[in-house]
Design a binder for this molecule. Structure first.
Ligand code: CMP
Length: 143
């Protein structure tokens, strides 16, 4: 683990808008489930078309979302600390809709489906925020 990239999970959770309304007990439970990853610049974290069972919270760094459209790589978005990605495959039960690539060294927290499901059912506000972001991103492929 790169010490420079280390972020306290509870600090991260406070930065993530959809955890704002999470009751403390639930929040602590989620924090204990997160797996920390450090990723070098240039590495793909999620690959378009693959099956996916996790979403990722960005603690540090920048992630670019790209998609293959008719054989060309289209840039869909750039995500920074406090944002998340990988929720669409979980909510829609579809393959990954895009590739998510570290464009700087990144510190990420991975939340797996089973843990997310527990949070969602315990906390309607999170469920609502996730769906809102997913709705905005879904199908927005720059075409
Ligand atoms: P998922 O489909 O699981 O894996 C790729 C992820 O890229 C997707 O979830 C979203 O989190 C993210 N993503 C896809 N399209 C966009 C977009 N237009 N803007 C921002 N993020 C996106």
């Amino acid at each position: 683990l790169n010490a420079q990239l280390h972020v306290d999970p509870s600090e991260l959770l406070r930065k993530v808008p959809f955890f704002e309304q999470t009751p403390r007990e639930e929040f602590n439970r989620v924090a204990s489930k997160l797996r920390e990853h450090t990723v070098p610049s240039g590495q793909d974290i999620i690959c378009e078309g693959q099956a996916g069972d996790s979403l990722f919270l960005i603690a540090r760094g920048v992630v670019r979302v790209v998609k293959d459209v008719d054989g060309e790589t289209k840039q869909l978005n750039t995500l920074v600390a406090g944002q998340f990605f990988g929720e669409l495959a979980l909510l829609l039960r579809e393959p990954r809709s895009a590739t998510c690539r570290a464009v700087t060294p990144c510190a990420l927290y991975e939340l797996r489906r089973v843990d997310l499901d527990a949070v969602r059912s315990a906390c309607p506000a999170i469920q609502h925020s996730l769906e809102e972001v997913a709705r905005e991103r879904h199908g927005r492929d720059g075409t």
